[in-house]
Design a protein. Structure first.
Length: 290
């Protein structure tokens, strides 16, 4: 007998309840407050709209030093019949060690029986297997600290989307930018535009997180990489991460079909020494009205 979405979501809620009992302290599990209620409402009325897929983050203490490792969890509606999407990250891990850790994590999860809940298993695996990568990363850092780094680089990514509307997506964008110490902005509406600037590894992590798992109508249109012998903060064009709210054209309703005033957006770009980006984003030269 085929397993239904409703049956899968019931299992997902049971697993979330189990994890909350395992990690009861504040901050150990980061779960949107509306995530579980929206699933519960669907289970009471399965004829309604399918709720957003469950996403949460579990903070783990690894080793005697209790190094923080986060396990990011994204559950497809048909999990556990299909594999969850998992990603372990830590500020103490270099990119290569993080990649190796996640490759092994993915391999381990894929070896488990299909149809079984496996997030608790993934949590234990990360706790048991992260330490060698953390130690390797620490050794690499010690070697790097002995070398003179003459230059730093500021990375700036210009990202275009057909539209940005959903509140949960906007929350992910702003939370990720804050967490990764990125400045820039998010222009909501149609079209949607995001700019992030900061360390290259942080910009690339932001790009991975917001695309995860399948944001189809989005592309990185342009990247600036600027080297300096000074402080990269002096090269930033933005002081924070702004939520751009310009006058919209069109109705704002069920269709969410409203267009941002691109003239105001062009003026904003020029105020931040970025007027040339307009043509890169939209394929036309921007002109301000008199």
């Amino acid at each position: 007998m085929a397993v239904t979405v409703k049956e899968c979501l019931e299992l997902q809620l049971l697993e979330v309840e189990m994890l909350l009992s395992m990690f009861p302290k504040r901050g150990e599990i980061n779960l949107d407050k509306d995530a579980v209620p929206s699933v519960q409402r669907y289970l009471k009325n399965a004829n309604g709209a399918v709720p957003p897929q469950l996403e949460y983050c579990i903070a783990l203490d690894v080793g005697e030093a209790k190094v923080k490792v986060e396990l990011q969890v994204h559950l497809p509606h048909m999990y556990p019949q299909v594999a969850p999407q998992l990603f372990a990250r830590s500020d103490a891990l270099h990119r290569q060690q993080q990649l190796q850790l996640n490759t092994r994590l993915t391999s381990h999860i894929s070896s488990l029986d299909s149809g079984d809940l496996c997030i608790c298993e993934a949590v234990q695996w990360v706790k048991d297997n992260s330490l060698p990568y953390l130690e390797s990363s620490k050794i690499s850092s010690e070697h790097a600290s002995k070398e003179v780094r003459a230059k730093e680089s500021l990375h700036r990514m210009w990202i275009y989307s057909h539209h940005i509307y959903r509140q949960e997506l906007r929350k992910k964008i702003f939370d990720s930018a804050k967490k990764l110490n990125l400045t820039g902005f998010c222009l909501t509406g149609k079209p949607g535009v995001i700019c992030v600037e900061g360390l290259q590894e942080n910009c690339e992590e932001f790009w991975r997180v917001i695309r995860y798992p399948n944001w189809k109508h989005i592309s990185c249109k342009h990247v600036d990489n600027i080297e300096t012998e000074g402080d990269i903060d002096d090269l930033r064009l933005f002081h924070g991460f702004d939520d751009l709210q310009f006058q919209a054209h069109g109705g704002y309703g069920l269709s969410n079909d409203y267009h941002m005033d691109l003239g105001q957006f062009l003026e904003f770009l020029k105020q931040h020494q970025s007027g040339h980006i307009f043509q890169i984003l939209f394929g036309v030269e921007g002109k301000l009205s008199d």
